[in-house]
Design a protein around this ligand. Structure first.
Ligand code: ADP
Ligand code: MG
Length: 275
C-alpha cells in the first residue's frame, strides 16, 4: 500500500556532520534515518535521539552499556516496540516515514528484517522455516521455493551442512546453526536492511565466530545494523560504530576511529573497559 522510492534517490554529497567526521567515500547512500526519535515506556524516556543516518551496504555496530537504549532503538526501526512503547518521531526509509499508523508493518518488515539474541526457529522443518512467511503472503512454485531455500541457506553459510536434511525439524539444530537458519529465514524475504540484536551473544565461541563470518559474507549486499557487546566483534565486522549512553548516541564514527581515536572520553572508557 505504499511505494518506496529507489534507494539511489537518497545519495548525499556531504557527510552528516554531527556524528560522522570522516567518511570513506564522497557519496553516501542512506538506507534508513531517524529524526527526533523518542521512545517512552510509560513515563520512562528510554531513548531520545536527534538525527541518525545509516549508510547503505555497510555494517554499523551499536555499542554501549546495558540499558543504554540499543535494543530500544533497534526494535523501533522496524516497529517491534509498538505494543510496549510510545515511539515519537520519524523513521525515514526510502522516502517514506515508516513510523506512521497507515504503514503496512508486515510489508515493511519484508524490507527491514530482524534477528534476535536467542535463535528462534519455528517448530517446523528447516525448509518450512524459510518458506513459511513467503507462502503466507505470496504464490510461489515448488521450484521457486526450492531455489530460495538453497540461495538463502548458502548466503547464511548453512547449506552444506543441512542440504540433505531439509525436512528435519529446525529444533534439532545446534545454537549456531539455528541462528544461521534464522538469518537465512530473514534473507529469504530479500530484505534491504537486516537488524541484529546481539545475534551471537547466546552462542558458544565457535558458533559465534560462524555467525560473524556469515555477517562478513553479507557485507556489501545488505545494510546491517547490529547490537553487540563484543568489542572485538564490532571492530572486526563493522564500518561504523555508534556508542549509546543513557538513551542517546554520543559518538558515531568510522569504526576504526572509534577504536583508535575516539573523540569522547566516555567512549574510550567504555571500549577500554573502564566504565
Ligand atoms: P540495551 O539494549 O542497551 O541494554 P534497552 O533498550 O533494552 O537497553 O533498555 C533501555 C531502557 O529501557 C532501560 O531502562 C530498560 O529498563 C527500559 N526498557 C527496555 N525494554 C522495556 C520494556 N519492554 N518495558 C519497559 N522498559 C523497558
Ligand atoms: Mg539490548
Amino acid at each position: 500500500n505504499f511505494e518506496f522510492k529507489p534507494a539511489s534517490d537518497f545519495i548525499r554529497e556531504d557527510a552528516p556532520e554531527r556524528y560522522i567526521y570522516n567518511m570513506d567515500a564522497d557519496k553516501h547512500e542512506i538506507a534508513i534515518s531517524t529524526h527526533d526519535l523518542q521512545v517512552f515506556y510509560g513515563d520512562n524516556l528510554a531513548l531520545s535521539e536527534g538525527d541518525l543516518e545509516f549508510e547503505r551496504y555497510k555494517i554499523t555496530s551499536l555499542i554501549g552499556a546495558s540499558g543504554s537504549g540499543k535494543s530500544t532503538f533497534l526494535r523501533s526501526l522496524n516497529r517491534m516496540n509498538d505494543d510496549v512503547a510510545t515511539v515519537n518521531g520519524q523513521i525515514m526509509y526510502r522516502g517514506v516515514d515508516i513510523n506512521t499508523k497507515n504503514i503496512d508493518v508486515y510489508e515493511m518488515r519484508r524490507h527491514i528484517g530482524m534477528v534476535f539474541q536467542r535463535p528462534n526457529p519455528f517448530a517446523k522443518s528447516i525448509y518450512d522455516n524459510i518458506t513459511f512467511a513467503l507462502t503466507q503472503r505470496g504464490n510461489y512454485t515448488k521450484e521457486q521455493l526450492d531455489e530460495i531455500v538453497e540461495t538463502s541457506l548458502k548466503q547464511a553459510a548453512l547449506w552444506d551442512q543441512v542440504k540433505d536434511e531439509l525436512n528435519k525439524s529446525a529444533l534439532a539444530l545446534s545454537g549456531g546453526q539455528a541462528q544461521r537458519l534464522v538469518i537465512a529465514r530473514a534473507l529469504a524475504l530479500k530484505p534491504d536492511i537486516l537488524l541484529l540484536d546481539e545475534p551471537s551473544s547466546a552462542l558458544d565461541p565457535i558458533s559465534s565466530a560462524q555467525v560473524e563470518d556469515t555477517l562478513i559474507e553479507l557485507k556489501n549486499q545488505y545494510t546491517i545494523i547490529i547490537v553487540t557487546h563484543n568489542m572485538q566483534q564490532a571492530a572486526r565486522i563493522s564500518d561504523y560504530t555508534a556508542f549509546f549512553h543513557l538513551g542517546k548516541v554520543i559518538e558515531y564514527d568510522l569504526t576504526r576511529k572509534i577504536f583508535t581515536r575516539p573523540k569522547v572520553a566516555l567512549t574510550n572508557d567504555y571500549i577500554s573497559g573502564n566504565f
